[in-house]
Design a protein. Sequence first.
Length: 166
Amino acid sequence: MKKQMVTGLIIRSILISTVILATGALTGCSGHRADAGSVGMSSVPSQSVASEQEKSMAEAKMMDRCTEMAKMKKKMMADMKAQDAELTAQVAKMNKAPKNEKVMLMTAVLTSIVEQRTAMHARMEKMQGEMMQHMMRHMQMGGESMMKCPMMQGMDEQSGDDQKRH
């Protein structure tokens, strides 16, 4: 259990560091862009308005995806808590059982643990790929996009919780 918490903390630290570095790199470069359309005065405002509308739509779409991913994460955490409760109940039943039933109940507990862990690893692997794509998309949109993401806000809260536990 401690190993999982340490691994989770390391992964979150790497992700947060990556975000911080990328945000700094993106904000540092953004001031050097020149407007190529500044010569043709009539086309600049219409292009600017159109690009701002596109940007707003992209940000709204991205925030919808952020919210969806945050819900997926909450569901995964709730599922894991439910599985923990199920295992706790199975272990309590095993501990109270007569000696002749304990081996059978131990087998059931062990089987449940292995099945849950295998399923959890597959789910987390899938989500990790989605998270990396999600963060890369935020980086492409700029540093402000990353800071607005509910997933990043959740990571800050989670990091604080992990630090309080230690």
